[in-house]
Design a protein around this ligand. Structure first.
Ligand code: ADP
Ligand code: MG
Length: 626
């Protein structure tokens, strides 16, 4: 028998490694933006075509690279950021593995232009499949431009795995937002398909938050700032009135690196306890800075998780700092008329924030604890453990019911609190895997219309269109409340000619349409030009999109109980929804289910129909006489 072991050629090894680092366009965006930050740039421009599938380009005015470095940077483990193993524990830069550019060069066609201040000419290099195709001097300004084209052109399996442009674009803006948030002193812009989506002048963190998350936060931010020997925390939390029904505007950065931490998230939520409704999420942008030896950023290749040397101290510190901020600024929620009734009833809102209560807040052991170094271990047990509901959803035998179909209330509350429980106790990736990629929980589609998904406790049948309408409805509602949906510029703007009646309707709703991501301009008497549609909506038939939206809107016009805006949101949710009869991939089903159960009211469609039915194991057993 001949020997069997071979060494993998470099380009294949790089392609395999790339799988870890570059999962989708957004991963490349993150790496390139971070490299530009590491290079000391004060201006960073991100240019995207086709949701990153055709082009991802980052142009910076940072240090640039020498001719040799420009060639070296595409080698695996090529980094200028660490030299000894010891450096690894003192990382202050965003990157350090030296894997990103090697990975990118393995799965895309890359063009690099770079120049240092001290060099007369810059360097141009073209790399494809890890092989340098071309290298020549070039006249360029100081800094670096890296353009990667046709991501995964040579790995069709991965390319096919990419989601719709809308979904990939959302990931890209998420990554962009995270990096831009962490470095408000740097100018950032994002241009997608030749349309500028963000133009962020350098400024204060507060300005950056407002630029990124919307003007409505302007008067609703409370500064958090505590410094100790052990760690510093700074940033902002939203006033209780800015809390939202959907998790979203929550950002944690450790040493300027965005992280996901259900544990720390819980610390903030706890500080808000009683100030906001139990099912709403506080807004926060918090920066924790501590000695790099106290964190291990090396645990996850994409570095969104970190390990703290002493998690409990950090938890108590974060909670105390937020409590302190809320108390100091005497955040007496100023009530809006449209504030949720359930919030208005909370004792902390009804009673004035007296000195006595302020003392009570600052007198807790936790609060005292955080100012004294290493004294912050005592953590108050969470008041309301929702474990009970959680169990009823995932364990048989608890909370059994008589009827064949479980009460919708119980499903929602058990699912939601279950999700919450996981979030509180485990990290978000685990939640994700449990809800979306857990193969052991079977999910399948029936008649191209129903999603059948197994729970540990039985199964549920979800109507795909109603579910999607619910998801979109909540999203659009949020959008019309202040955070406009991004518009995707049409490549070929189309004109529509309408009847005078429809023209009048369109004019009436055009302002709201804009907020929902539709860019429609009047063009002559009864003619309009559709310049763009919401970034989330598949492009290609803009005319039909607008026409069917109008149709649906008219359909609602007899419903006097709805406001103009409400009608429009309902119409748009219907128009954009995945319709019954459409075949879905496994991934689409999983993400639909996940999005649904992140909704406020997953059980009822905007039109009042139930969205899903639940069947419990014990009910099935009963039916079969077991
Ligand atoms: P890492 O960031 O982990 O060091 P990368 O593969 O991302 O690894 O980059 C490799 C090296 O290339 C970096 O260490 C840096 O020296 C250089 N480099 C990458 N991008 C830039 C840039 N935009 N400006 C200057 N140098 C860069
Ligand atoms: Mg890097």
């Amino acid at each position: 028998m001949p020997d069997k072991i071979l060494l993998l050629p470099d380009n294949i090894a790089n392609q395999i490694a790339a799988g870890e680092v570059i999962q989708r366009p957004a991963s490349a965006v993150k790496e390139l933006l971070e490299n530009a930050v590491d290079a000391g740039a004060t201006e960073i421009k991100l240019i995207i075509q086709d949701a990153g599938k055709a082009l991802i380009q980052v142009v910076d005015n940072g240090n640039g690279m020498s001719e040799t470095d420009a060639r070296m940077c595409f080698e695996r483990h090529a980094t200028s950021k660490i030299q000894t193993i010891d450096d690894l524990f003192h990382i202050r830069t965003m990157g350090f593995r030296g894997e990103a550019l090697a990975s990118i060069a393995a799965v895309a066609q890359v063009e690099l232009k770079t120049k240092r201040k001290e060099d007369d000419a810059g360097t141009y290099i073209e790399v494809e499949n890890s092989v340098v195709k071309k290298q020549e001097p070039v006249a360029v300004p100081e800094g670096t431009s890296i353009a990667m084209k046709n991501l995964f052109f040579n790995v069709p399996a991965r390319r096919n795995f990419l989601k719709s442009n809308a979904a990939e674009m959302r990931h890209i803006t998420d990554e962009f937002t995270r990096v831009a948030m962490a470095f408000p002193q740097i100018f950032f812009s994002l241009t997608a398909n030749d349309q500028q989506l963000f133009h962020l002048e350098s400024g204060s963190l507060k300005q950056r938050i407002v630029q990124l998350l919307g003007n409505n936060y302007n008067a609703k931010l409370v500064a958090v700032k505590e410094d100790t020997d052990y760690m510093n925390i700074s940033g902002f939390v939203g006033k209780p009135e800015a809390a939202k029904k959907t998790r979203g505007d929550q950002y944690f950065f450790v040493n300027n690196r965005f992280i996901k931490s259900a544990y720390l998230n819980h610390a903030v939520s706890n500080a808000f306890q009683e100030m906001i409704a139990a099912d709403s999420f506080p807004m926060y942008v918090l920066f924790i800075d501590l000695d790099p030896t106290q964190v291990d950023v090396n645990v996850h290749p994409t570095k969104q998780e970190i390990k703290f040397e002493d998690e409990k101290i950090i938890y108590a510190f974060v909670q105390a700092a937020v409590k302190h901020a809320l108390a100091q600024f005497s955040v007496m929620p100023t009530l809006d008329f449209d504030l949720d009734a359930s919030i208005q009833q909370l004792p902390s809102i009804q009673q004035p924030f007296t000195e006595k209560r302020q003392d009570a807040a600052t007198g807790t052991s936790i609060f005292k604890g955080f100012t004294q170094k290493h004294q912050a271990h005592i953590i108050e047990p969470s008041q309301k453990s929702e474990l009970k509901h959680w169990k009823s959803f995932y364990e048989p035998g608890v909370g059994s019911r008589e009827s064949g179909v479980g009460s919708q209330e119980s499903v929602i509350s058990s699912f939601k609190s279950g999700v919450k429980e996981i979030l509180q106790n485990e990290n978000e990736d685990t939640l994700h895997s449990r809800l979306t990629t857990n193969d052991s929980l079977l999910t399948t589609q029936l008649h191209n219309t129903y999603i059948l998904t197994e729970t540990n406790n039985g199964f549920i049948i979800i109507h795909q269109q109603l579910a999607h309408e619910r998801i979109l409805y909540e999203r659009l509602k949020e959008a019309s409340d202040g955070k406009p949906v991004a518009t995707q510029q049409s490549l070929f703007p189309v004109t529509v000619e309408l009847t005078p009646a429809d023209t009048a309707i369109l004019q009436e709703i055009s302002g709201d349409l804009q907020n929902l991501g539709y860019a429609i301009e009047a063009f002559g008497k009864n003619t309009f030009v559709i310049q763009g549609t919401p970034a989330d909506v598949e492009t290609g038939n803009e005319k039909l999109i607008v026409e069917s939206l109008l149709e649906q809107y008219k359909h609602f016009s007899n419903e006097i109980k709805f406001s103009k805006r409400e009608k429009l949101i309902r119409s748009a949710a219907w128009q954009q929804s995945i319709k019954a009869g459409k075949r879905l991939t496994e991934r689409e089903m999983h993400s639909l289910v996940e999005d649904l159960f992140n909704c406020q009211q997953p059980n009822i469609a905007p039109n009042g129909s139930p969205v899903y039915l639940e069947f419990k194991k014990e009910q099935l057993e009963k039916m079969f006489g077991k």
